[in-house]
Design a protein around this ligand. Structure first.
Ligand code: NAD
Length: 247
């Protein structure tokens, strides 16, 4: 681990372009539950049963209860040292931060221009895309007084502006993420690497010549294909890497 850490630090020092892709593991130390691993269940439901357009069609109140609970949980959480290191690195020219997280903690830690691959739990939109409403708007109401919350523009209902399983990624965001795979070092941080197309980015980076590095507490399906695996808690490993970059 020691020599792997130093080798990655060395490559980061000399890198002109660095891209980091983060997943739910980055927010675990802040107290935001991940989808997989310990604490991955809400009541008896798996995320994959609730984060779908079909589930919302069937029972919008149930899906909103889950989102309302997640919003309350996240509102009470603070960014952790991993978010803060990435916020510092985002000031470096050539650094791109892509996140699968919808919690907004990177932005709260000070990261700017975050590419939000799966949207934001703090943004909503009219379920029916009514003509009077904006495409998406920020709504910090926690908790909502009634579920599902009404659309203030047409009286229908709103939905979280997140990308559910089976939905497509915003093409502009996807193009910018794909562009960012052309880099010297690509870090896959705290992600189970099973949710595609996000999980494909690290492989695209490798094909394009980047040093690919995974930081996770456990192996993932991507691990055997990457150049370096730093096993440990992201909040510890990133702080250690950051310390080495400053010396
Ligand atoms: P995931 O829940 O599938 O996997 C989490 C990964 O983080 C696992 O591989 C686990 O081993 C690792 N991990 C847990 N704690 C860690 C730590 N302290 N340090 C390092 N690694 C740690 O999450 P995912 O890969 O992001 O994909 C699932 C989808 O879930 C994403 O699309 C995302 O939108 C959504 N999600 C978001 C949040 C959030 O916004 N915080 C939370 C849960 C799920």
């Amino acid at each position: 681990m020691e020599s792997a850490l130093e080798a990655v630090a060395e490559r980061l020092r000399g890198a002109a372009r660095v891209t980091a892709l983060t997943g739910a593991g980055v927010s675990a130390a802040s107290g935001v539950p991940t989808f997989r691993g310990d604490g991955g269940l809400w009541r008896t439901y798996r995320a994959s049963e609730l984060a779908t357009p079909e589930a919302f069609e069937r029972d919008p109140a149930l899906v909103w209860e889950w989102y309302d609970w997640r919003r309350q949980t996240i509102a009470a959480c603070e960014p952790n040292p991993a978010h803060r290191v990435l916020a510092r690195w985002s000031e470096r020219p050539g650094f791109t931060l892509i996140t699968q997280n919808v919690d907004g903690l990177h932005e709260r830690a000070g990261s700017r221009d975050v590419l939000r691959f799966h949207g934001s739990i703090w943004h909503v939109r009219c379920r029916d895309g009514c003509a009077a409403s904006p495409a998406s708007w920020r709504d910090d109401t926690v908790p909502y007084p009634a579920l599902p919350p009404p659309c203030p523009y047409c009286g229908g209902i709103i939905r979280p502006d997140v990308v559910w399983f089976g939905e497509t990624i915003d093409p502009d965001v996807f193009a910018r993420c794909s562009e960012a795979t052309l880099c010297d070092v690509f870090l896959a941080v705290g992600t189970s690497a099973v949710v595609f197309p996000a999980a494909g980015l690290v492989h695209e980076a490798k094909r394009r010549g980047a040093l690919t590095v995974e930081i996770n507490v456990e192996d993932t399906p991507a691990s055997p294909h990457l150049d370096a695996v730093l096993q440990g808690k992201v909040e510890d490993v990133l702080v250690e890497l950051d310390a080495r970059l400053r010396t």
